[in-house]
Design a binder for this molecule. Structure first.
Ligand code: FAD
Length: 349
């Protein structure tokens, strides 16, 4: 999204992405459609082969759909290069330019560097060396998506949910989303996405290295969820009403469940010289806010607006300063509201 914005502001962009080109997850993504449509429709006149034509109807219910739409737009833009399997190991800057060095030793230079590298940002170490890490919020979210065709229709009956459903049970909380089919078409193949907030398994996260000290290291992949934890969750899933219970148990049976320890980061700054942070690199709020994607869209849009207003060269410093002035307050507000939830949700240790 930032690369699309930079391109529109007249800055050719190189994206360095550590993973391969395949979309990584089909997990549900709430509240993303309008921001994505804005980013894609804002490209009037720059698109060569139909991005503008589908943007007004673009549906972004899952990360996979979102990735597909953004990837099509970047492929279509001659000002954007997306390089995969490039792990950024080190970043730096001087008075004239900024650079990123990848793990294979290649150095990429530019007039500015944007850290869009998520909650464990390498670029944040340069911008905020005094506070480089997002911290563990005290709970894990178990995530899965069940296909309607795999569910026991007799057990579910006619109770297919019409919208976001939020449930509480003991210390736990469940968010369930009905989802359309994989490709966003209107045909059959409905799905149920769910996110189970669980404050009781910090010990498991520490034992498996997902959390070390105060810092989230990585998610627990389906293959790494211990068999006894799957069995416990299957038993506990009985507390949730139908059809979420069936959806969760189906995912557990297929080992299609990821555990994501939640991190938070309240920023004091978003820029340093020619380096800026956007999205989770800049600020991390609990998914309970439902705002992570929307705030990242606003970051990308604001950065592009400020860069378009100021001339290249020395104007970049002014543009980045103005970007920080506009985005720091809103970003802090979202993180702070999420922290209030997290404080009340996590169990005292
Ligand atoms: C369980 C969960 C559920 C969520 N649900 C929602 C939701 O429904 N709605 C919502 O709005 N938000 C949701 N969020 C928040 C949302 O995921 C984030 O706010 C959003 O992903 C931030 O996007 P980003 O591009 O800044 O970071 P990311 O999505 O983390 O992307 C960072 C990218 O940088 C790459 N990268 C990282 N380090 C390097 C490196 N060193 N070199 C090269 N590449 C690197 C990564 O591979 C990744 O592709 C959820 C978060 C979680 C954890």
């Amino acid at each position: 999204m930032t690369a699309l914005g930079l391109s529109q502001a007249g800055y050719p962009a190189t994206v360095l992405e550590r993973t391969g080109p395949a979309p990584r997850s089909g997990a549900a993504l709430g509240n993303a459609t309008s921001g994505l449509q804005r980013i894609l429709s804002g490209r009037n006149g720059t698109s060569g082969n139909g991005v503008d034509a589908y943007a007004p109807n673009a549906v972004a219910e899952t990360w996979e759909q979102t990735y597909r739409l953004l990837r099509a737009a970047t492929n279509d833009d001659a000002n954007i290069r997306v390089l995969h399997n490039q792990v950024v190991a080190h970043v730096g800057q001087n008075d004239d330019h900024a650079w990123a060095r990848t793990a294979d030793g290649t150095v990429h230079e530019g007039e500015l560097l944007v850290g869009a590298d998520g909650h464990r940002s390498v670029v944040r170490r340069l911008v905020a060396p005094d506070k480089p890490d997002a911290t563990y919020a005290g709970y894990v979210i178990w995530l899965g998506i069940a296909e309607e065709s795999e569910l026991d229709v007799a057990a579910i009956g006619r109770r297919w949910p019409s919208g976001l459903d939020i449930r509480d049970a003991g210390p736990d909380c469940l968010l369930g989303y009905p989802l359309g089919p994989h490709d966003g078409s209107l045909g059959g193949g409905r799905r149920l996405g769910w996110a189970w907030f669980d404050p009781r398994r910090t010990h498991l996260l520490r034992e498996t290295g997902c959390v070390a000290g105060d810092v989230v290291q990585h998610s627990m992949r389906p293959a790494d969820v211990p068999a006894n934890t799957l069995a416990e969750l299957d038993d506990e899933a009985r507390q949730w009403p139908s059809p979420w219970r069936e959806a969760i148990r189906d995912c557990l049976r297929r080992r299609a469940v990821t555990g994501t320890p939640i991190a938070e980061y309240l920023p004091d700054r978003l820029t340093s010289g020619r380096v800026a942070l956007v999205g989770d690199a800049g600020h991390v709020s609990t998914p309970m806010t439902g705002r992570g994607f929307a705030v990242a869209v606003s970051d990308a849009e604001t950065l592009a607006e400020e860069l378009a207003k100021h001339p290249a060269g020395t104007g970049i410093l002014t543009a980045l300063h103005a970007y920080e002035q506009r985005r720091l307050g809103p970003a802090r507000d979202v993180v702070t509201s999420g922290q209030a939830f997290s404080r009340s949700f996590k169990l005292s240790t």
